[in-house]
Design a protein around this ligand. Structure first.
Ligand SMILES: Cc1ncc(COP(=O)(O)O)c(C=O)c1O
Length: 333
């Protein structure tokens, strides 16, 4: 080698740093979403309905992952589609083999929701990457377009050092739907958005269909006032340390009384296993102690309940004694 070993090593490591900078700049460029690829909507619910209206032909299938947000089935039905329910794994992560096995020539979309309502699970980047590969493979196999709809209203409500990976990095035919109702704590306000991947299939036609659907479903676009409000609130979110504190109080209570659960990484729900097989019966038993829970079967997962911690600390703390009593008297139920 003509140049000194030392200078060669220096040059190699500095080129690595430069390459990483270049890679970062490339990624930034690839992921930049332009204003015309975003549509303001009447919340995430409006956004999902607009997307489903725009893509579904009668009897086309939409895969949803149990446990799922209860209203997905209704939204899919609204637009003539058929829900295909695929369970997640025991820890509520994606079951990629099961998803792959459920895709048919009629599959038009897969809906994922991360951070998840009701489990609080966040899907890791590696799993999203594999999901993207599964969907790309199936598109090729069936010669069709399969959209990945990522419902992300809880994206900013996350705990510890968890991150929510960007689906746009994993799959080209992906569409994000989201809402401000959770991260600005505006339940009841109808304001959200759709963001389509910059390289999505048939982009011009799809954006035209989304724009029309946003008018003809009856909302006639997102509320003008709230569009102006959220424009001023970009980057702002609720104080998630409040939710983190409530989550800790609740997890301690549930652990203390022997209920099994996967600690939520995001959102404000916990989805414990029921100590008896019948979740409806367990919910009725809890109700005797003034604890309100939702049976897991409503989310497509019997044998679980959903508890919410978007209530005052005091309410959660006081539920401790009630949970203990409910568990002690369970045999008598
Ligand atoms: C997972 C999920 N998706 C969508 C929605 C609907 O959100 P919005 O109130 O913004 O329409 C909710 C609301 O609870 C939700 O939990």
């Amino acid at each position: 080698m003509a140049i000194s070993k030392k200078m060669n090593e220096f040059a190699t490591s500095s080129s690595w740093i430069r390459r990483m900078f270049e890679e970062g700049a490339k990624l930034k460029k690839e992921l930049r979403v332009a204003a015309e690829e975003i549509l303001m909507t009447c919340g995430a619910a409006g956004a999902l309905n607009v997307v489903l209206k725009s893509i579904l032909n009668p009897d086309e299938e939409v895969i949803i992952l149990a446990p799922f947000f209860v209203e997905y089935k209704f939204y899919i039905d609204n637009h003539g589609g058929r829900s295909v329910v695929v369970p997640t794994r025991d820890d509520f992560n994606l079951d990629l083999e099961a998803i792959s096995a459920s895709i048919t020539a009629k599959t038009k979309a897969v809906i994922i929701n991360s951070p998840n309502n009701p489990t609080g699970q966040i899907y890791p980047a590696a799993d999203l990457q594999k999901l993207g590969e599964v969907l790309s493979g199936c598109q090729e196999k069936y010669g069709s377009a399969i959209f990945l709809l990522s419902d992300e209203p809880y994206r900013k409500i996350i705990y510890d050092d968890h991150q929510v990976p960007a689906v746009f990095r994993s799959y080209r035919n992906s569409i994000i739907v989201s809402s401000y109702s959770k991260d600005l704590s505006l339940p009841g306000e109808r304001i959200g958005y759709i963001a389509v991947h910059p390289d999505i299939i048939e982009k011009t036609g799809l954006l035209a269909a989304l724009t029309l659907a946003n008018r003809i479903l009856g909302f006639v676009n997102a509320p003008a006032l709230m569009q102006r409000v959220v424009a001023e609130l970009q980057g702002v979110k609720v104080d998630t340390s409040v939710y983190a504190r409530r989550r800790q109080i609740f997890c301690d209570i549930l652990t203390g009384c022997g209920l099994a659960f996967t600690p939520p990484k995001g959102a404000f729900y916990i989805f414990p296993k029921t100590p008896i097989a019948d979740d409806v019966q367990f919910v009725a038993h809890l109700q005797k102690y003034k604890i309100l829970a939702v049976p897991g079967r409503g989310f497509g997962s019997p044998g679980y309940i959903r508890l919410a911690f978007c209530v005052d600390d005091d309410v959660i703390s006081r539920s401790g004694a009630a949970f203990r009593q409910a568990m002690e008297t369970l045999g008598e139920a």
